[in-house]
Design a protein around this ligand. Structure first.
Ligand SMILES: [Zn+2]
Length: 100
């Protein structure tokens, strides 16, 4: 009997397979590590670094331009201000981080 184990959220970043991604312990911060059975690539599952939608991103930028500080935006949207600065930087904004 052939068993193919598929666990949600597990996908090898190298070969893209989702089958047979085995546990490979945890890293220092307690994040689950996985290893791909096909190419032996090790990677970390990262549930903490959530992907934000384009909508959230646009909202963050909008709030920032309404005069709220990067830190303030982070507070409102419950995310790290580094996130906000990242988006602003990517959108071509020259971000002034001296507010902290
Ligand atoms: Zn792989």
């Amino acid at each position: 009997m052939r068993t193919t184990k598929i666990q949600e959220g597990r996908r090898c970043p190298k070969c893209g397979r989702i089958e047979n991604q085995r546990n490979a312990g945890y890293n220092k911060s307690g994040t689950q590590r996985c290893i791909c059975n096909f190419c032996n690539y090790k990677y970390t599952l990262n549930p903490k670094a959530r992907e934000y939608s384009e909508e959230v991103k646009q909202t963050a930028i909008k709030i920032y331009y309404s005069g709220v500080s990067g830190r303030g935006v982070g507070k409102v949207l419950h995310m790290s201000k580094a996130n906000v600065y990242n988006w602003l930087k990517k959108s071509g904004e020259d971000v002034d981080k001296s507010e902290d």
